[in-house]
Design a protein around this ligand. Structure first.
Ligand code: CIR
Length: 270
């Protein structure tokens, strides 16, 4: 009768022990990518170089990487994380909240079908971006945001419960694009988060390491097997994470940042 998720044996460290990743080359049209502010356009050539380094770092961390070709008709398609939630042998294709990004999901589906036993669509008509979902081994933090609405959030929570996750709804502050823009998983019980996000109280039961003040943009880290990817330019965060014992790999994300992207957005990890 051990049927309740909490009584079931969950795959240990499924939140960061991975073997594979999917990325997509940045298109030249990334210079027209969505962004909140009115900053400079990313340089597509430099973005390409930074993306190559990102893929190489994933490979060094143990990933077999499927690198998909650029899609000029979708300027934000390099940010594959927003299209899919990957859990074990299941890929949940979501519905991004920005109309210009809807079509990205259809584009990634054929690849998902070669890698996952089950590829399912998010039920209903709600919206949800992968950037709003932070998974630990047993908890799914789902941010309600400008891109993810309650219908999308509830639909995902309903799918995740039988997979052993306790869904936690978080109301992402309005000035933060995605929930994970300001947090990332360091290990199965530890989260790196900005003071603003941590002060919401949503991480109860977890150890939180706060992103040093002034370095909020460093919070979007990626843990992949034994290493933690951190964006370049955040020396206090680097020192802090090293002091806490993490093996930190620095990657330049200057061009992704110009269109509100970061480290986690550029891959699906499973
Ligand atoms: C967008 O606004 O959709 C893109 N320019 C950035 C997406 C970043 N994705 C993420 O944080 N998961």
């Amino acid at each position: 009768m051990a049927d309740h998720p909490s009584e079931r044996q969950l795959p240990h460290r499924r939140s960061f022990r991975f073997t594979q990743a999917i990325t997509r080359r940045p298109a030249k049209s990334v210079s027209h990518g969505l962004r909140e502010g009115a900053g400079p356009d990313p340089d597509a050539a430099l973005f390409g170089e930074q993306h190559r380094a990102y893929v190489a770092a994933l490979e060094k961390a143990g990933a077999e990487v499927v690198e998909l070709p650029e899609l000029e008709e979708f300027p934000d398609s390099v940010f594959v994380e927003d299209t899919t939630i990957c859990i074990g042998d299941t890929a949940i294709v979501v519905r991004p909240g920005a109309p210009s990004r809807f079509g990205e999901c259809e584009q990634i589906c054929p690849t998902l079908k070669t890698r996952f036993t089950k590829v399912i669509d998010l039920p209903g008509d709600g919206f949800l971006d992968g950037g709003d979902v932070l998974l630990s081994d047993d908890t799914a933090f789902i941010g309600n945001s400008g891109r993810t609405n309650m219908a999308g959030l509830v639909a995902l929570a309903t799918l995740l419960k039988p997979l052993g996750y306790n869904p936690v709804q978080v109301n992402t502050p309005a000035d933060i694009l995605h929930f994970k823009t300001e947090c990332g998983l360091l290990d199965e019980r530890t989260i790196f988060a900005t003071v603003k996000l941590a002060s919401l109280g949503c991480f109860e039961g977890f150890r939180v390491i706060e992103t040093p003040l002034g370095e909020e943009a460093a919070a979007n880290i990626v843990r992949y097997n034994d290493v933690v990817f951190l964006s370049a330019g955040y020396p206090k965060s680097e020192a802090l994470l090293r002091e806490k014992g993490y093996d930190v790999v620095i990657l330049d994300t200057s061009e992704a940042a110009k269109v509100d992207g970061g480290l986690s957005c550029m891959s699906l990890r499973f």
